[in-house]
Write a protein that binds this ligand. Structure first.
Ligand code: ZN
Length: 327
């Protein structure tokens, strides 16, 4: 499928994460031709990481057998708030020292093509809508549950960004007014209860109290305590670990119930690393959502796991670039 002008039909996409960079070269119909993965090493600062992103895209081009001159556009998705009109990453929670980084200008100068920027959760919502679990839906909510909790909204078939591009931040919905302080500065956000960071913190507390010999052993074997390890202990029958995951699922369901009432979606897609826990986390979330949301809104909604895995962000950028390059 031809996109862009002058027969340039290939799209370059990058998912910039706190720990890794994924670059993919795709055709306009979403077919992936080549990719490159490397670690972000964010501690080296924005200048070094920008160079690394450029090299990653060029490596993906070489792997795809595509010339730089045949790119119609490049698109990058990034965590945290970004000014998509200016092509500037305003700040990023997992990228220390990233303040007002003009990433689009850098890529445009390096590659000689137009560059677009989008928040990663928004890109993921578009990816699942166009290529994944939300195909054919008009009203869709995407939620990523990993270190933090992010989200994106598709309303009437279109990405809804809000006035300043931060719409859909379900992770920062207050679920306990007097709860712990969240990374955003507010008290009692969903992220402070339902994220991987929150689950790992509860696991640490459990271990400190000597509450779960299995969790202690798994953490020792694997050199640290993560949400995934708490999930493993829960799967293996450890009831205290299961309680931690269920509590996280409960709060996720509290947040989802409000979303269901406010947006009346057809589908809520759960992605991110913690979605791999499946029903262990989603079961309690679904139960709480169903207990709280309005029956008329619940009738329409399905809770589904994401389909695109690691590619969700880049596939969203493919769809957004297709739209942006359609003259
Ligand atoms: Zn917050």
């Amino acid at each position: 499928m031809a996109v862009g002008q002058g027969g340039k039909k290939y799209l370059g996409t990058v998912d910039l994460g706190g720990s890794k960079i994924l670059s993919v070269i795709a055709e306009g119909d979403g077919r992936r031709l080549g990719e490159d993965r490397r670690t972000t090493s964010a501690e080296e600062g924005p200048e070094v990481v920008l160079e690394r992103i450029g090299v990653s895209l060029e490596t993906a081009l070489a792997n795809a057998g595509v010339q730089r001159g045949d790119l119609a556009a490049v698109g990058i998705c990034s965590p945290g708030p970004c000014d998509i009109d200016a092509g500037v990453i305003s700040s990023a929670p997992n990228l220390p020292d990233w303040r007002d980084v003009p990433i689009c200008r850098y890529l445009e100068e390096r590659l000689g093509v137009r560059a677009c920027l989008e928040n990663d959760a928004n890109a993921a919502a578009v990816g699942e809508h166009v290529y994944g679990a939300g195909r054919g839906c008009r009203h869709l909510i995407y939620i990523t549950v990993s270190t933090g909790i992010g989200g994106g909204l598709i309303i009437d078939g279109r990405l809804y960004r809000g006035a300043t591009g931060v719409a859909g931040e379900i992770g920062h919905m207050t679920v306990e007014p007097d709860g712990p302080v969240c990374g955003c500065g507010n008290r009692g956000c969903l992220e402070a209860f339902g994220s991987g960071t929150a689950i790992a913190a509860r696991g640490e507390e459990l271990v400190a109290q000597g509450g779960s010999p299995l969790l202690v052993r798994l953490a020792q074997e694997q050199g640290g305590l993560t949400a995934a390890i708490v999930g493993q202990a829960a799967e293996a029958g450890d009831s205290a670990s299961r309680d931690i995951i269920q509590r996280a699922g409960y709060y996720l369901g509290v947040g989802l119930a409000s979303y269901v009432n406010i947006f009346n979606p057809e589908v809520i897609i759960i992605g991110g690393g913690l979605a791999k826990m499946g029903e262990l986390l989603l079961g309690p979330a679904r139960a709480e959502m169903e207990a709280r949301a309005m029956p008329e809104a619940l009738k329409a909604v399905q809770l589904k796991p994401a389909e695109l895995g690691d590619y969700v962000g880049v596939m969203g950028m493919v769809a957004l670039l297709r739209e942006a390059t359609r003259a």
